[in-house]
Design a protein around this ligand. Structure first.
Ligand code: ADP
Ligand code: MG
Length: 317
């Protein structure tokens, strides 16, 4: 963190429910994101980890204003993204990029790599003469070269396709990239290459990245700070190295426990965690039903505790 400079992105009490059933006098909602707050500094990688369905992608979409929020705020460069004029909104789009899990579906198969990377430049009215130079720069920055520009996505490997998606995401020089499970569809060796490319972009281009993954192994290796999400709520938040060294929340401990035994963070392994499934307690701790250390007091929802720059949603923290 740098001196007193304000964070690039500030997320305040963000919540989102999805309507899942609608009848004449009855509506049923599902809470996907529940009172989530965090900050992302410039040139920082924030990891967002949690199992499938925990609300990671919903948070990503809310931050990029791809879906409507219910409540809360997102402040990018000091301005609420919900109060932008049309012009400011366009600038916001230019300053943020996105990479999705599967480049097979996120890249248009009918366009050449050149056209794919050119698209955002066209949308943002970059003059034709300037485009080529930017496209070539982006393809090299993404670890490929000019020979790829006239190929089609189907002619590329999974890793190469994801590099094209990255080139497209950085071609407008964004300040923030949302990477939603960017390595989940790739082989482990290719995963590592993409991770080191993202780290390089962070360092060299001072890009901030929100890195979403269900895999703590992946997120733990790339992120500066970490959020552990469960059922739409933050269980634990802090510097990644602090959390790896000493996870506070029982769910974080369980996530570490499921890492392969050769992983360095595995030294914090807790052997005695059994698989417990209790009844959910309405108004109680959201993790009560699976928590190995839950007690009577956990039938009430814990308040978030702040300990040495960490935040933990647990009565025992
Ligand atoms: P993650 O990315 O962590 O897997 P998501 O944010 O995609 O989780 O989804 C969180 C929860 O919200 C899931 O239970 C999912 O089924 C539900 N959900 C996501 N999108 C919708 C939608 N458009 N309508 C209803 N429910 C949704
Ligand atoms: Mg997702």
């Amino acid at each position: 963190m740098e001196g007193n400079s304000p964070p690039l992105l500030k997320v305040e009490h963000l919540s989102k429910k999805y309507l899942i059933k609608k009848k004449l006098f009855y509506k049923e909602f599902f809470t996907a994101v529940d009172d989530v707050s965090f900050e992302v500094d410039r040139s920082e990688i924030l990891g967002l980890v949690g199992e499938s369905g925990s609300g990671k992608s919903t948070i990503g979409k809310l931050i990029l204003k791809l879906i409507e929020k219910d409540s809360g705020n997102v402040i990018f460069k000091g301005r609420s993204i919900f109060e932008l004029s049309k012009r400011e909104e366009k600038k916001f789009r230019k300053e943020t990029g996105v990479i999705f899990q599967d480049p097979r579906t996120s890249l248009n198969p009918r366009l050449t790599v050149y056209k794919i990377i050119e698209e955002p430049l066209v949308v943002h009215n970059i003059e034709r003469e300037k485009r080529k130079e930017k496209i070539i720069k982006a393809i090299y920055d993404a670890g490929l070269d000019e020979s790829f520009l006239d190929r089609y996505p189907s002619e590329l490997s999974g890793g190469q396709r994801q590099r094209v998606a990255i080139a497209r995401a950085i071609v407008l020089d964004p300040d923030l990239i949302l990477a939603d499970e960017p390595t989940s569809a790739l082989d482990v060796s290719v995963q590592l290459q993409i991770i080191s490319l993202l780290e390089k972009l962070k360092k060299e281009k001072k890009i901030s990245i929100i890195f979403i993954s269900h895999d703590l192994n992946v997120v733990g290796s790339i992120s500066d700070s970490l959020i552990v999400l469960y059922r739409g709520k933050i269980m634990e938040k802090g510097r990644t190295k602090d959390i790896i060294k000493n996870p506070f929340h029982p769910y974080t401990k369980i996530l570490f426990d499921s890492l392969p035994p050769d992983h360095p963070s595995h030294r914090k392994k807790i052997n005695e965690i059994p698989e417990i499934e209790r009844e959910d307690i309405p108004g109680g701790c959201l993790f009560y039903h699976r928590c190995p250390i839950a007690e009577e007091k956990c039938k009430k929802e814990p308040v978030i505790k702040k300990i040495h720059g960490r935040e933990v949603y647990c009565h025992f923290a």
